[in-house]
Design a protein around this ligand. Structure first.
Ligand code: AMP
Length: 126
């Protein structure tokens, strides 16, 4: 599946702030890492726990990951679950969010999963 928006995201994905975090060029508050991904606290948290899980590889978004490496998506979801357990929100409940494209408010063209919890999360999201 591909469209003009996805193409634009791919073209902008080669260097993002998250790529700089992966390369260690800018600091991040890491909570988890392994050979395929890392997780760090969001700079502008929307909940008491707000962690971003990103692949080390600079993949633009969900669509691109599904095309290039679908197994990576399972790995990232498992990593999100590990983060939720480590952060102490697994029992109460938590949410994983992937924003895709402009309408969803995706601002960084490097795939990232938001792990949110530590308070009751309303539904539907805004
Ligand atoms: P999205 O809107 O889904 O693209 O989410 C991007 C997220 O990245 C936002 O929640 C930002 O607050 C967060 N963010 C941007 N730059 C940084 C950074 N240097 N460290 C941590 N989080 C960041």
């Amino acid at each position: 599946m591909s469209d003009a928006g996805a193409q634009a995201r791919r073209e902008q994905s080669s260097d993002t702030v998250f790529g700089a975090i992966v390369r260690g060029e800018i600091p991040a508050d890491l909570v988890y890492e392994d050979d395929l991904c890392l997780a760090f606290r969001d700079l502008n948290p929307q909940a008491p726990v707000h962690v971003l899980v990103i692949p080390r590889e600079g993949i633009a978004g969900l669509t691109e990951a599904g095309e290039a490496d679908p197994a990576l998506l399972g790995h990232l979801l498992q990593a999100a679950d590990v983060v939720a357990q480590r952060e102490g929100i697994a029992e109460r409940g938590w949410r994983v969010v992937i924003n895709v494209g402009a309408d969803a408010g995706q601002t960084v063209n490097h795939l990232h999963l938001h792990v949110l919890g530590g308070r009751a999360l309303s539904w539907p999201p805004g």
